[in-house]
Design a protein around this ligand. Structure first.
Ligand SMILES: Nc1nc2c(ncn2[C@@H]2O[C@H](COP(=O)(O)OP(=O)(O)OP(=O)(O)O)[C@@H](O)[C@H]2O)c(=O)[nH]1
Ligand SMILES: [Mg+2]
Length: 443
């Protein structure tokens, strides 16, 4: 025997058994949902060694799946030497504890929510992102402290999915009362960040560019699209939830109008509610946008379900009213027949490939049209001393007439409705233009 036994330098990936349920009332086909779960598992650094499914009408209150299925799971776990069992649906804390007792230590029982929270924890980069994830993780942990999560949280040395929850907490802190206190501190810190952001966004609104937010299913190609459009270098990978923290890049439409594009966290079916809640302030970028690009992977069999899942989250975060443009991305992977079908189904959508740039002209034209759709035609005279205002109008308006008069610059111009409202507040033009745009009374 060698004196110094060889120690592997990379940790062996955890071995996961997946469990999915085919619900009698339809919904996502269990195979597709498990494909996605498998990708989540691999993003979290584990490997899938088996997939089990069961048809059910409703979950078993004690163990979620039926008792026979539980035995089957135990058999698979033993035979395949699995470390973790991942359920595709949410488990109640007591179901989780019962399953854990049935399968036996040290095998972990995880659900989809825990898995997603774990990945978010791995991918959060900014302070705000980390705080948001920590909040969601602790909220998940709180009702589960009695079961395996308590010792998981204490034994963070064990590693793997779930053990990273509440990272940064010392052993002593893992206690209900302290967790509650930590949750309230986190809320407080996040509220402070949000207030600061509120101030910033007000400043932005008064002089800001046309704001576009990218939303869409995870891995649809949002970051790649941002990179393609703006020539930037945001991380884009074939991983779920590669992007967590919003990134904003400036850009200009061909006419010169200033635009900002914000890349945001991707959505997924069964997105944990606590996570949506925790990310509400980050997602305000989406809520406050002038236009949302719903980016979908048109080459994915399930893309229609993805569109619906994204719409549901947009609704939930209060962005349901923001104008939305559907981008059918990865069109390079769709054949001619598929493309024709897509045209018929989604005549207003833009078929695009962020990888090859195909469809770029259409995308730019659509963005230009959308940006101009809320413009108002105004006729004003801006005093020469208001140089900043003049610059704003030049940056964001389409100028039709410009004359230098004694009292100032006389402009007939199309401007975004936001700027028009601001000019109106400044008393620079009256109601004489009321025929041009009904939005004149807002604000
Ligand atoms: N073939 C093809 N692949 C693409 C296209 N756009 C993106 N991809 C690939 O799809 C994968 C995901 O792209 P991302 O841009 O990271 O997707 P995302 O929507 O930002 O994903 P998350 O941040 O994880 O939510 C990457 O491997 C890209 O290279 C496209 O138009 N065609
Ligand atoms: Mg991304």
């Amino acid at each position: 025997m060698p004196r110094f036994p060889l120690v592997p330098t990379t940790p062996t990936p955890e071995r996961a058994v997946l469990v999915g349920v085919e619900w009698r009332d339809g919904g996502w086909p269990v195979d597709h949902s498990l494909d996605e779960l498998e990708r989540l598992v691999s993003t979290a650094g584990a490997v899938t060694v088996a997939r089990l499914t069961q048809r059910l009408e409703r979950p078993n209150p004690r163990t979620f799946i039926g008792s026979g299925k539980v035995e089957e799971v135990c058999g698979f776990v033993q035979r395949l030497d699995a470390d973790v069992v991942v359920f595709d649906d949410d488990l109640t804390p007591s179901q989780q504890a019962n399953l854990e007792a049935a399968v036996g230590e040290p095998v972990k029982i995880i659900d989809r929510t825990a898995l997603i929270l774990d990945i978010f924890g791995l991918h959060a980069r900014t302070r705000e992102g980390r705080l948001q994830v920590q909040l969601a993780q602790l909220q998940y942990l709180l009702p589960r402290l009695r079961g395996m999560w308590s010792h998981l949280a204490k034994e963070q040395t064990r590693g793997g999915i779930g053990s990273r929850f509440g990272q940064g907490e010392s052993q002593l802190e893992v206690d209900r009362r302290l967790i509650r206190r930590r949750i309230s501190t986190l809320r407080h810190e996040l509220a402070t960040i949000e207030r600061r952001r509120g101030v910033q966004s007000k400043e932005r609104i008064s002089s800001s560019a046309y704001r576009i937010a990218l939303a869409g299913y995870t891995n649809a190609g949002k970051s790649t699209l941002l990179n393609r459009l703006t020539g930037s270098d945001v991380l884009a990978e074939d991983k779920l939830f590669a992007t967590l923290d919003p990134t904003t890049r400036g850009w200009r439409l061909p006419g010169g109008r200033a635009v900002t594009i914000t890349d945001t966290v991707g959505f997924i079916q069964k997105l944990p509610h606590g996570l949506v809640d925790a990310f509400k302030s980050t997602l305000s970028e989406v809520r406050e946008a002038d236009l949302i690009l719903n980016v979908v992977d048109a080459s994915d069999e399930e893309f229609r379900r993805h569109i619906n899942a994204v719409d549901a989250v947009l609704e939930e975060i209060g962005a349901g009213e923001v104008p939305c443009l559907l981008i059918l991305n990865k069109i390079d992977r769709v054949d001619d027949i598929g493309r024709r079908d897509l045209w018929r189904l989604y005549p207003d959508a833009v078929q695009f490939s962020a990888s090859t740039g195909e469809g770029m002209d259409h995308l730019v034209a659509a963005l230009t049209r959308e940006a101009a759709s809320n413009d108002r035609l105004i006729d004003i005279t801006v005093p020469y001393r208001d140089a900043r205002l003049l610059k704003t109008i030049h940056d964001q308006g389409t100028i039709l007439v410009e004359e230098y008069k004694e009292s100032g610059v006389h402009l007939v111009t199309k401007v975004p409705v936001r700027i028009a409202r601001r000019l109106k507040r400044l008393g620079l033009f009256g109601d004489d233009d009321s025929g041009t745009e009904p939005a004149a009374n807002e604000g």
